[in-house]
Design a protein around this ligand. Structure first.
Ligand code: AMP
Length: 166
């Protein structure tokens, strides 16, 4: 079909020992438009109002999908970047915890969540919780890469779409 896989660079032990990092920068450089079209093709856009992008690579992919489909974009950022009023959600990492934030929402809507890689699923689950607390109805989850050997991410009513699965 498409050879996106050949443009992904596997970087061992980055950002820490034991992680095989999927570097998508060569893929973005060579095949950006096809990647965005491929991710966008699996979503039922008539049931989506906004794209929620997760910092940082989710911004690149999510903003491009939103533009392609004429939808608004909502950023989820790492702690301390967004001005108040914000809503926050902490989640567990391999070591310690991390926090993601979103501006308090005034306009309810249906959203698709976008990120580059689904690994353990902690990030996506935290963003789903943020959305649910903040008047957004999560309709779908869209990832470029699903590392299926690291997660069994099944959320009823929230289909997970991914272009590449490992
Ligand atoms: P997780 O919360 O474990 O699902 O991790 C997802 C987040 O961490 C995503 O925002 C990814 O950008 C990043 N991430 C996790 N594992 C990898 C990996 N092997 N290669 C590239 N990015 C990763």
């Amino acid at each position: 079909m498409h050879s996106f896989e050949s443009h992904i660079r596997n970087v061992p032990d980055f950002p820490k020992p034991g992680i095989l990092f999927k570097d998508i920068t060569p893929l973005l450089q060579e095949r950006f438009h096809e990647v965005i079209e491929s991710m966008a093709s699996t979503i039922k856009w008539d049931e989506i109002d906004y794209v929620v992008g997760i910092e940082s690579r989710g911004f690149i992919l999510g903003a491009a999908m939103a533009t392609l489909k004429g939808k608004g974009f909502i950023p989820v950022r790492k702690k301390g970047k967004l001005p108040p009023p914000i809503i926050a959600e902490s989640y567990t990492l391999e070591y310690g915890t991390d926090t993601l934030e979103m501006i308090v929402n005034q306009i309810p809507g249906r959203v698709v969540l976008v990120d580059d890689v689904l690994a353990t699923g902690g990030t996506l689950k935290a963003v789903m919780n943020l959305c649910q607390k903040n008047q957004f109805e999560v309709k779908a989850l869209s990832l470029l890469i699903n590392l299926t050997f690291l997660n069994k991410f099944i959320e009823e009513g929230h289909p997970v779409h991914s272009v590449l699965n490992y």
